[in-house]
Design a protein around this ligand. Structure first.
Ligand SMILES: C[S@@+](CC[C@H](N)C(=O)[O-])C[C@H]1O[C@@H](n2cnc3c(N)ncnc32)[C@H](O)[C@@H]1O
Length: 178
């Protein structure tokens, strides 16, 4: 009985700790993220985006609100492109840095609000954000993105932009070119 209890506790305590870190990380930034929670893009969606980017070589990539960095690592694994990510949720940032260290990938993660970033150097700008935040991001992209840059928006359309392609993988994925 004692061993069973210890077994259950050794499983439940780390799980509770992870949930607590997630909750604290989310609550600490909820106003700035306008509800954009740390939710990861699925493997199927990432693979579909990578299929689209396959032909591109040596592009400068950024994930705005990169979560645990899984999109950036998938791009590096398949296309050899080491992108950059911005993340303000401390728990997501910690996981992204930890996973990069464990996998030895040369991906840069900044613990910074992407509204303070200069987006003019990027050829491909990926984001999975909620509509309220996209309303603020659209004018920044219009002002700063370089001609020819591609925006990829998971799940929600970018207000004021017309996509050249929409993929349907579970949810829509919108592709835009400046
Ligand atoms: C839905 S998650 C997407 C995570 C990752 N891009 C993916 O596709 O797996 C959105 C992330 O954006 C982050 N975020 C929202 N607003 C941000 C901001 N202004 N600056 C940096 N990160 C932000 C949130 O903390 C959250 O982790």
């Amino acid at each position: 009985m004692k061993f069973l209890l210890l077994g259950i506790l050794s499983f439940l305590l780390p799980l509770a700790f992870i949930k607590l870190c997630y909750a604290i990380g989310t609550i600490s930034v909820i106003r700035r993220t306008k509800g954009a929670l740390f939710v990861s893009t699925s493997k199927a969606k990432i693979e579909a985006i990578l299929d689209e980017l396959e032909g591109q070589a040596n592009f400068h990539l950024v994930d705005l609100g990169c979560g645990d960095g899984r999109f950036l690592r998938a791009v590096y694994r398949r296309l050899g492109v080491a992108g950059e990510g911005y993340e303000i949720n401390p728990w997501a940032y910690f996981l992204a840095r930890l996973k990069n260290i464990l996998t030895g990938m040369p991906i840069k993660i900044y613990r910074k609000n992407f509204f303070e970033a200069d987006l003019s150097k990027y050829d491909v700008i990926f984001f999975y954000l909620f509509p309220d935040l996209l309303l603020d991001l659209a004018p920044k992209l219009r002002k700063e993105a370089k001609p020819g840059a591609i925006f990829i928006s998971a799940n929600f359309p970018l207000p004021g932009f017309k996509p050249y392609k929409v993929l349907k993988v579970e949810d829509p994925i919108y592709f835009y070119r400046v």
